[in-house]
Design a protein around this ligand. Structure first.
Ligand SMILES: O=C(O)C(=O)Cc1ccccc1
Length: 285
């Protein structure tokens, strides 16, 4: 039976590109068939897995220029039940899609906040007059394009092709090696892989409170590939810490280290162990 995979829509998003790459991977590793289902927001795509409307969701988690995707981290913490089955790293190329004949004629530019952030230097240089308007996805922004040429959107060349829209400027991202990491989430336990993600809150707000968990990881010789703080949302100045460890949950040494971590954290949530697939830069067919 085909598994259902949720992603941010409408069709043509970078999330759908990641989902298509994962669909091919599933087919090639065990012959699993899958169908992709587009949701209007990242939150709704994640919620669909928690509600068992789909088996998997593919969501962006971190970009090499803009950093973390807050809604993904926050929702993972709130929902408790979801696990990371796989990570995918996708090269991201942004394009200015518009009927305008020159960037100076554009009054309003729509896109996902990550895309606007990843192109801010280019936009400041070429469209300083334009108002930037955030949308829920890069392809939602295409619905705002007016054919008189005072509006523009930022999305992939694939999205421009899908909707038959003109690209005025190609590869406008400020860094050529712009990449986004996506996580494949499901409610199945994930215990094996090169990386393990977790988050914790601290029992007290006092000097050294964060040092203790970090010291445990350092003594265990477990390398961190990421540490990120997010507000607990309980009160100003209180944080959750999201960590990616270079360790697998199925190793006894990792389990021992996590038991030690539990003694100096308030709440700790494990999001699973997973491997990473590097998706080549190419337009899906
Ligand atoms: O809006 C999209 O296309 C997404 O999939 C979210 C996103 C936006 C910008 C870079 C990477 C992912």
């Amino acid at each position: 039976m085909a598994v259902k995979i949720a992603h941010l829509g409408p069709r043509g998003t970078f999330s759908e590109q990641a989902a298509l790459a994962f669909q091919t991977w599933l087919q090639n590793h065990g012959g699993q068939e899958s169908t992709l289902i587009a949701y209007p927001s990242i939150l709704q795509a994640i919620q669909a897995v928690a509600d068992e409307a789909v088996s998997l969701a593919i969501v962006p988690v971190e970009n090499s220029i803009e950093g973390s995707v807050a809604v993904t981290l926050d929702t993972l913490w709130q929902l408790e039940s979801l696990q990371i089955q796989q990570a995918l790293v996708l090269p991201i190329r942004h394009n200015l899609i518009t009927y305008a004949s020159q960037p100076q004629a554009i009054e309003t530019i729509y896109s996902h906040p990550q895309a606007l952030g990843q192109c801010q230097q280019w936009l400041t240089q070429h469209c300083p007059q334009a108002t930037l308007v955030p949308t829920r996805s890069t392809t939602e922004s295409l619905q705002h394009l007016a054919d008189h040429g005072t509006t523009a959107a930022i999305a992939s060349t694939w999205a421009a092709q899908l909707y038959n829209l003109p690209v005025l400027a190609h590869t406008i991202n400020d860094q050529p090696d712009n990449c986004t990491k996506f996580w494949v989430l499901s409610s199945q336990t994930a215990t094996q892989g090169t990386h393990t993600s977790l988050a914790f809150s601290l029992p007290i707000n006092a000097p050294g409170a964060l040092l203790k968990p970090l010291e445990i990881l350092a003594r265990a010789q477990i390398n961190l590939s990421r540490i990120e703080s997010r507000p607990t949302k309980r009160s100003l100045g209180e944080y959750l810490f999201f960590l990616d460890l270079e360790a697998s949950l199925d190793a006894a040494h990792t389990q021992d280290t996590l038991s030690a971590l539990a003694t100096c954290t308030e709440q700790i949530k494990l999001f699973g162990s997973y491997n990473t697939i590097a998706v080549p830069a190419q337009t899906p067919v």
